[in-house]
Write a protein that binds this ligand. Sequence first.
Ligand SMILES: Cc1ncc(COP(=O)(O)O)c(C=O)c1O
Length: 429
Amino acid sequence: MKAESLPEIQSLPRVVTTPLPVWPAVDEAIIENVVKVLRSESLSQLGKDDQVNCRFERAWAAYCGVNHALSCNGGTAALAMAVGACAGPGDEVIVPTYTWNASALAVVHANAIPVFADIDPGTYTVLPESIERNITSRTRAVITVHLFGHPCDMDAVTQVAKRHGLVVIEDAAQAHGATYKGRRVGSLGDVGCFSHQGSKNLPAGEGGTLVTNDVELFRRCVTVGAHPARQKQELPPELAETHHVGEFCVNYRMQPLAGAILEAGLPRLDERNAVRRRNAMKLYDMLSDVPGIRPAAIAPDVEHVFHHIPFDYRKEEVDGAPRTLWMQIARAKGAPVTAYVGTPLHLRARVQRHEYYGRGCPWECPFALPRTEPGVGHCPNAEYRCAETELSVYGACFWTECDEALAQLAQAFREASELAPRYAAARRA
Ligand SMILES: Cc1ncc(COP(=O)(O)O)c(C=O)c1O
């Protein structure tokens, strides 16, 4: 068959010509609050007081529906405090393999061992059965990641955790304000961890928080990562010795200008998430007849906040055109599509080779169970997603009405699905 003469992919005409909305939105409320804090508050807030970081902690705890919140300098720090509060050398913490690497890195930072679980093929969140399959006598906790803004199946996770006495840590870095059965993420497990890095749905540039209803767990988190001044305020004197109050601790404090941005941003979070949800549903609707592209599943009892808008790529619907080719065409057309995870965490080289601190630590710690890292086939759903179907667009930027940009995005997808089989055939010829 004669090869069709097609232009270079890079020279295809762009169809996304309207800029996507800019996120984060630095509005007047944020600027005013930052200036107010600069003029009137301390630029390093160590203890529990009425300054902005603690004001935000109280507002954030109330929003999430919990009693305690602790601010820190990132989502990784929040997770490291949570893990450090319940696991240590030789202990195992179960983490989904399909997530941003920080979910597992926080375990390594606490000197514990990440053990990887598979995901649900529809929602891409951790599969409760896979958590259970990976439990050993050394498992102390499980990290559930509300990836892309879709809450995990928390009832099922909690049942498994209860049966085995595990602490449930929610990684809600991508899911501020999302709900499961009417309750906000962060309040569903034992402790919830958020990132406020600049791309997130509630951003501060950099920053993090953890939230919990468990006062003992909260105190342990405080002793892992808060300033001794804060430790002395949060822990009664009789716990000073057992909890090592005021001794060695990491500095995970949040910069107060981040607190000022968060304090001003929180009142708009729900309204902006509602717009994100509407925009994601519009995009899914516009793409419903486009071959090769399927929206991700949404569980019936959740409110998704679409930090990313995920899709499944189905190459069998586009004559077997490889996903990488489809993505090249969609990008040339102006659609910022990504394959977010790329390689499942359990197959990453540093995990496979047990290389982080050197000398096999923390995996080969003498307190740990002997362990050979499982390879391909350990998490088949995540491996298949990464190899064949993974596709998403960054969703937090759709915080405002943007019908024209959405229609152009859908058109770029449509044209990529029309062109990809032709390019694939031409390459085969
Ligand atoms: C799922 C997840 N967990 C943890 C983190 C870590 O947050 P940070 O970058 O604030 O340390 C991120 C950040 O991208 C994330 O997406």
